[in-house]
Design a protein around this ligand. Sequence first.
Ligand code: ATP
Ligand code: MG
Length: 247
Amino acid sequence: MTAEPVIVMAQVTKRFGGVAAVEQLSLTIGKGEIVAIVGRTGSGKSTAMQAIIGTFPVDAGRIRVAGRDPYAERRTLRGQLAVAFQTDRLLPWRRAWENVAIGLEIFHVPRPRREAIAREWLARVKMAGAEQKYPHELSGGMRQRVSFARALAVDPAIVLLDETFSQLDELTSRELRNDFMALVRSLGKTSILITHRIDEALEVGDRVVVLRTPGHVVHEAAPTPDDRADPERMAKLRTEIKAVMAD
Ligand SMILES: Nc1ncnc2c1ncn2[C@@H]1O[C@H](COP(=O)(O)OP(=O)(O)OP(=O)(O)O)[C@@H](O)[C@H]1O
Ligand SMILES: [Mg+2]
């Protein structure tokens, strides 16, 4: 990896009630890299992401996000990190554009400017025309698009996705993933996508990192465009990942 590191985790351990959810996890992610994290349920994926967000202090090891301690300096990092979860978490009483503009309110952007920025981002996620709609008037996939627009509207340097595409049907999920990850890439964001799906990880990640309980890296793959164009190579990468996951 040649890019300047944006996320650094070194020997990180996080315990809940004495039980390690993440143990001695080391992972470095460079600027503009897209890293997919896979692992079985309970392997510590979400815990690792929460540690990067600064939800809690860790018990041991060192984490730096854009050179800062994400827990101690979470106020400074606010706005640099965008997070999208499995559910869209939109506010039902707010129109699509108002949902997109939420993050901008925190930064005291005046209303007309907020509306203009929200409109721009809705167009980028292919939701032009839906500005005035309420979440209940939109399909699940459309709501996720609005949720992405909201995440990106504050222009974060880092985009974290935890099972974001998992709840939709396979076609919608793939379409959304392709659109969104292409956008993330074209904007040069540094990104982590957590997923259960090995195929999704191999399609999206510059690197695919496999976690095993209790939360440490057991395998890495770096699928190239040539790999992705070759079903046999993809099958081999998939088999390798499956094997380390099952161990
Ligand atoms: N807030 C918490 N309090 C107590 N235990 C927790 C907490 N968060 C996670 N854990 C435990 O830590 C371990 C790792 O959980 P985590 O949610 O990070 O796994 P995961 O890989 O994201 O799983 P999944 O694929 O199901 O989302 C699990 O054993 C879980 O029960
Ligand atoms: Mg999880």
